[in-house]
Ligand binder design. Sequence first.
Ligand SMILES: [Zn+2]
Ligand SMILES: [Zn+2]
Ligand SMILES: [Zn+2]
Length: 134
Amino acid sequence: MKSLLKQKKISETPFRLEVLEILESSKSAVSISFIEENLKSYNRITLYRTIKTFVDKGIIHPIAIAGSEVNYGLCSDSCEDEVHSHNHVHLKCNECKSVFCIETTLFPTIDLGKHKIESLEIQAKGICENCRAS
Ligand SMILES: [Zn+2]
Ligand SMILES: [Zn+2]
Ligand SMILES: [Zn+2]
């Protein structure tokens, strides 16, 4: 099986793989400071470039929720270069403050008349399943 980076035609470097692993092993979306805490060593410029490459190539997407640091969530297969399309909701947990990408089968379609929607983001605040269980 081809790795995600190869599928997206990004050359694999040990650093990119390390960043991707942090993103993949987290249940929630992660902020740059979380990635920094989990890297063995890093150069901030290289990290920012890596994040930008991943966003441009449809591997991750930024999630900006008012009052929070920007978080990055993994994309579904449908994202391509420069075009992000997600049918999921961004949930921010009021307790653990984590941000999650939650798939839903009932993602709404809305009609904006003659305006064309290219992406629709739904943000929710509440209590995540981990916090509800504890
Ligand atoms: Zn995406
Ligand atoms: Zn929580
Ligand atoms: Zn998301």
